[in-house]
Design a protein around this ligand. Structure first.
Ligand SMILES: NC(=O)c1ccc[n+]([C@@H]2O[C@H](COP(=O)([O-])OP(=O)(O)OC[C@H]3O[C@@H](n4cnc5c(N)ncnc54)[C@H](OP(=O)(O)O)[C@@H]3O)[C@@H](O)[C@H]2O)c1
Length: 263
């Protein structure tokens, strides 16, 4: 399927690896120019080289080493490229833990990274998109928004705040009526560094091998496996395509059937 977004320009945050990288890869393969952001320079340089090699139609790849959750980081990103047709918001998820241990600072950090940062990025780009009559915003959130995970309370809470905000803004006629869509893409279990480190933590705690922890987790997923960053990227690219113009304000769950509800 031709997604008809070649020549568009995308900002993809948290894209030196994992799900963000998967999204950037799917977009450059469609001929979309991308600006990728992550904090670690080395992984970012490597990712940019890999993306440039995969790019079609003369698409460019720029990279900015910055913390997207800070104002300085976002200023650096917009200094490289002011206008974007596509924005994929993403940053590392908050740590797991017991809610009794989280103080105000832990909450502010989680809300900053997983709610206020996407909102700032939306605010900075949405009016330009509306003026040009085309825009796609995809927020990488989590299946925990629909099906909370007890030890991920910081994520459940902060991401739910973003979900509520997006539900309203996406339906604003100054947005939806101007060719701009905003959707959240909710990963279940995807085989990335983050998942691997969670599995390692689980193995240490339970005294099992990492493989044993992985296998038992996979058995809880109807698809009997973890998703791949490439699969995730393809869904993201579809949401950014011309074909998804009538799809907005949605929470698109990609979890191999793990969510047990009918709706
Ligand atoms: N993988 C899953 O199964 C899964 C499930 C549910 C939800 N999620 C959520 O999906 C998101 C992506 O997860 P992932 O599995 O792709 O993680 P990952 O493999 O750890 O990759 C995270 C990427 O984001 C970058 N990043 C992290 N914090 C950043 C910041 N403050 N500013 C800029 N870049 C930043 C990282 O690079 P640097 O560290 O160098 O900055 C890296 O490129 C996370 O929010 C995670 O909680 C993932």
């Amino acid at each position: 399927m031709d997604l008809s977004i070649a020549g568009r320009t995308a900002l993809v945050c948290g894209a030196s690896k994992g799900l963000g990288f998967g999204c950037a890869l799917a977009l450059v393969k469609e001929g979309v120019n991308v600006v990728i952001v992550a904090r670690g320079q080395e992984a970012l340089d490597a990712a940019a080289r890999q993306l440039q090699a995969a790019a079609t139609g003369g698409a460019f790849v720029k990279h900015v080493a910055a913390d997207i959750t800070t104002e300085a980081g976002r200023t650096a990103v917009f200094a490289v490229q002011r206008d974007y047709d596509i924005v994929v918001t993403n940053a590392g998820g908050p740590p797991p833990g017991d809610f009794r241990d989280w103080d105000r600072e832990a909450w502010i950090k989680a809300v900053d990274a997983n709610m206020l940062t996407p909102i700032e990025l939306i605010k900075a780009t949405i009016d330009g998109m509306a003026q040009r009559g085309f825009g796609r915003i995809v927020n990488i959130t989590s299946s925990s928004v629909k099906s909370p995970i007890d030890i991920l309370g910081l994520s459940n809470g902060a991401r739910s705040g973003l979900t509520g905000f997006v539900a309203g803004v996406a339906r604003n006629p100054t947005v939806a009526g101007k060719g701009v869509t905003i959707n959240n893409l909710l990963p279940g279990a995807f085989d990335t560094d983050r998942l691997r480190s969670t599995m390692e933590g689980g193995a240490k705690k339970s005294g099992q091998s990492v493989e044993a922890v992985k296998d038992s987790r996979k058995k809880t997923i109807p698809a009997q496996r973890f998703g791949t960053a490439e699969e995730f990227g393809s869904i993201c690219a579809f949401l950014c395509s011309v074909h998804a113009a009538y799809l907005t304000g949605q929470n698109v769950l990609a979890d191999g059937g793990a969510y047990p509800g009918t709706y």
